[in-house]
Design a protein around this ligand. Structure first.
Ligand SMILES: Cc1cc2nc3c(=O)[nH]c(=O)nc-3n(C[C@H](O)[C@H](O)[C@H](O)COP(=O)(O)OP(=O)(O)OC[C@H]3O[C@@H](n4cnc5c(N)ncnc54)[C@H](O)[C@@H]3O)c2cc1C
Ligand SMILES: NC(=O)c1ccc[n+]([C@@H]2O[C@H](COP(=O)([O-])OP(=O)(O)OC[C@H]3O[C@@H](n4cnc5c(N)ncnc54)[C@H](OP(=O)(O)O)[C@@H]3O)[C@@H](O)[C@H]2O)c1
Length: 265
């Protein structure tokens, strides 16, 4: 076995949209440590090939879980996902021994006196790191309000909606929601069809019109908010420029900021 990666066994697979979206779990090597929001490098060997194809995948599971969970798209003709989508329980996958990435709350200032809110804005599978972050107790303790916005084209792509809606009943995090009813806000966004339980415009538009802030009930100002963006690179670019116009800044030269981003392609 290599000193660069471990071979892990798939233990669970869940299909959200056949041929498009699924999640899976695999065993976790005891030495694989990561911060919530980081990503792993996963490897598969396409059928008939001896070469491992590697891709970045955000952990959905929290640093406390014994397993690793991932949320994946299936890209038509994609080298990695057209192999990954056929893996079943009992099959194996390569996992690089190092975690990567900076989409973590460690990048933001801690111990500030003003209680702050954490906005997590995502498109598609870009929701993944935010699920990991929500599994981290410190985040519930450190932030006044946690807001997750998940933008997808169609309602059936709102993976993990039940998990997100059930935080008020969660055995640990539910207590935070009972103390402060607006502690956690989940905003599902569907952009290609109208859906009554969701907002129905791109996150960029929802910011421009003020609808997102009105819906959440919290103004998005740089003084007492931190924002994370993840998913489609065009969405990330478009949102980042709007947030920079409002005064949000990425961490730089050791100075903590209030904006952190990750592009998926
Ligand atoms: C830091 C990081 C973290 C990532 N985490 C995840 C994750 O948690 N889940 C996940 O599904 N993917 C994630 N990705 C994307 C992933 O690494 C691969 O690109 C994806 O698995 C497709 O691989 P492929 O070889 O099948 O197609 P590729 O040849 O890699 O991609 C082909 C095209 O498919 C589209 N595409 C790729 N990934 C996505 C996606 N996730 N959603 C929508 N369109 C996409 C893009 O247009 C891309 O150019 C992440 C990427 C980065 C850089
Ligand atoms: N979802 C499908 O049914 C489908 C079908 C065929 C092929 N695909 C392929 O699968 C890949 C991924 O599709 P996906 O649906 O997961 O991801 P996606 O195209 O990134 O869409 C996810 C969400 O992000 C929004 N978005 C995209 N660009 C944005 C921007 N610049 N600013 C703000 N919001 C933005 C989309 O809104 P909009 O809806 O307004 O774009 C949608 O709500 C794409 O390459 C696509 O070609 C998807």
């Amino acid at each position: 076995m290599s000193d660069k990666y471990t071979l892990e066994r798939i233990t669970w697979v869940q299909t959200w949209v056949p041929g498009k979206l699924f999640s899976f779990r695999c065993t976790r090597a005891p030495g694989f440590r990561f911060a919530a929001g980081q990503f792993a490098r996963l490897g598969v060997k396409p059928p008939g090939s001896d070469e491992i194809v590697w891709r970045a995948y955000s952990m959905v599971s929290s640093p406390y879980d014994e397993f690793l969970e991932f949320f994946s798209i299936v890209v038509e003709g994609g080298l990695f996902t057209s192999t990954l989508e056929h893996l079943e329980v009992g099959d194996t996958i390569y996992v690089d021994k190092s975690p990567y990435g900076f989409l973590t709350t460690e990048r933001f200032a801690h111990g500030v006196e003003t209680p702050r809110n954490l906005w997590m804005l995502s498109s598609g599978t870009g929701l993944a790191p935010f699920l990991s972050i929500l599994g981290d107790l410190h985040v519930w303790e450190d932030y006044r309000q946690l807001i997750v916005v998940h933008s997808v084209r169609a309602p059936e792509e709102l993976a993990y909606a039940e998990t997100l809606r059930s935080y008020p009943e969660h055995p640990i995090f539910g207590e935070f929601c009972r103390e402060e009813p607006n502690k956690f806000v989940y905003v599902p966004v569907v952009t290609r069809v109208a859906h009554p339980d969701c907002l129905n415009a791109r996150i960029t538009t929802l910011l421009d019109t003020g609808e997102l802030e009105r819906h959440v009930g919290t103004p998005l100002e740089p003084e007492n908010n931190c924002v994370m963006l993840c998913g489609n690179p065009e969405m990330v670019t478009d949102l980042r420029s709007r947030l920079q116009d409002r005064g949000f800044r990425a961490p730089r030269r050791g100075r903590p900021g209030n904006l952190a981003v990750e592009n998926y392609w």
